[in-house]
Design a protein around this ligand. Structure first.
Ligand code: GAP
Length: 444
């Protein structure tokens, strides 16, 4: 058997549309550039991605969760540096009207040429702020400007004292959040890799100055273990140190994943020093120092940040899980089985119930089994077409277990469980099925 892995994002775009993972936003109106909707399978899978991250963070004894508002006081973005510094250098081609970033376009950097038509008739570089602006209240004047947050992290900083005092946690401790962020990217693209509306999963770990380097290294290891635990292949993921540090960072590393377009950032791990809390202290006039009772000392904590895009991780999981198993029969005729070998916790459905026939005597058993299992797992039900075709549909959806209800079930009260990866089949008593599946899921 030959195995082919995903080497082209278009393969995933079409699988996503076909199976209901991701659809182009507003498709019936021709779509809206770089905006995507998660479909029946995609929305389930995205919840699983978020749950995996959320549990990995907030089930620790030293991390609390928050859910902060998207709209924040405009001074937040002054203090954070986003109003003055969150911009990309932009150039317009006067010939073909292409707009591109000056700092990462090779033809421009090397030859001052348009990447699209090659023209040298270009505008001056100008800075383009990536924050989306809107107005709060009925008046659209300068006093009513608010921003859609470009990162969730500022919600953690402005709630640092609220969280510390209400939870009574001592440093070191962390705050985690999942939420939408918005950036008016100049060059979005590569499917859901870079979009203008996306979801972030960020954690800020507050530590005593001087211990920051140690925690920075700890978090690198913790985050890498998270990815391999959920099945990302070790050979597809690596760290990359930043060549240039952001204004707030003392140290920074990216976790890069080998997407079909090449190694690209999946997560950022940053030592943000005391930059953010100091800035918010200065701009708000509130003292954000922490009082260490044991040592009777006050300080502004340093922050180790882990920041990953949920959509980007969703894409990495799809890329990593996708495989085509190619076999040939005696005459050399090829058969291709497309499988999403997703970790069961990430897979949209854990179980598919497939009655062998649509006859009432089987569907009544199968439907009851579906309802019973749905109390414990995400379950799907499919009775259309041949059993072979139905298995293939579930393989493409990443469903780890298919359960077939056949005519023997009526007498022996047992079903056939077929495993996605090995295609091995086992006969299991219906009364044992839920605990059997729970046990298998745990063992992954
Ligand atoms: N608070 C730090 C911060 O926001 P970042 O490196 O700008 O750091 C963190 O973003 C993560 O958010 C990135 O590693 C990426 O996974 C995700 N992300 C950033 N911009 C994105 C975009 N336009 N579309 C999708 N995901 C994005």
């Amino acid at each position: 058997m030959k195995i082919k892995h995903c080497d082209d994002l278009n393969t995933l775009v079409s699988l996503s549309k076909r199976r209901g993972f991701v659809f182009q936003s507003s498709e019936i109106y021709g779509g809206l550039a770089s905006c995507w909707d998660y479909g029946p399978l995609g929305s389930l899978m995205k919840l699983n991605v978020k749950r995996a991250w959320w549990n990995a963070m907030t089930r620790r004894k030293d991390i609390v969760g928050i859910d902060a508002a998207i709209l924040m006081h405009p001074m937040v973005w002054k203090a954070s540096g986003h109003v003055d510094g969150f911009s990309d250098p932009l150039v317009d081609c006067k010939s073909c009207k292409t707009r591109f970033r000056a700092d990462n376009t090779d033809s421009y950097i090397n030859e001052k040429k348009c990447p699209n038509c090659g023209s040298k008739d270009l505008s001056e570089e100008r800075n383009f702020n990536l924050m989306f602006k809107t107005h709060m209240g009925p008046l659209e004047d300068t006093g009513s400007v608010v921003y859609l947050r470009p990162e969730t992290a500022q919600g953690h900083f402005v709630n640092f004292q609220n969280c510390q005092q209400s939870s009574r946690y001592k440093i070191p401790f962390g705050i985690a959040a999942i939420g939408k962020s918005f950036r008016n990217e100049i060059t979005p693209g590569n499917f859901i890799f870079r979009t203008r509306e996306f979801e972030q999963m960020e954690m800020q770990y507050f530590v005593k100055p001087g211990t920051d380097a140690e925690y920075f290294n700890q978090w690198k290891e913790i985050r890498m273990n998270f990815y391999t635990k959920y099945g990302i292949k070790k050979e597809n993921i690596k760290f990359k140190d930043h060549d240039k540090l952001a204004h707030y960072a003392k140290a920074a590393v990216d976790v890069e994943y080998k997407f079909p377009m090449g190694y690209s950032e999946l997560e950022g791990i940053h030592n943000r020093s005391d930059f953010d809390l100091s800035q918010h202290s200065k701009f708000s006039g509130k003292n954000l120092e922490y009082f260490d009772e044991a040592n009777k000392e006050k300080y502004i904590p340093y922050v180790i940040e882990t920041a990953v895009g949920c959509d980007r991780l969703f894409l990495a999981f799809l890329c990593d899980a996708y495989r085509e198993e190619i076999t040939a029969d005696a005459e050399g005729k090829e058969d291709v089985r497309v499988v999403l070998g997703l970790h069961p916790e990430i897979a949209p459905y854990k179980v598919a119930i497939l009655p062998l026939s649509k006859k009432e005597e089987l569907s009544s058993i199968a439907e009851k089994l579906r309802d019973d299992l749905a109390m414990d797992f995400d379950v799907t039900y499919d009775e259309a077409q041949s059993i072979g075709k139905r298995y293939r549909r579930q393989d493409e959806a990443g469903t780890p277990f298919c359960v077939t209800v056949d005519f023997d079930t009526i007498n022996d009260q047992a079903v056939t469980v077929r495993h996605r990866d090995t295609m091995v089949q086992e006969r299991i008593a219906m009364s044992q099925l839920s605990s059997y599946i729970a046990g298998k899921l745990k063992s992954f």
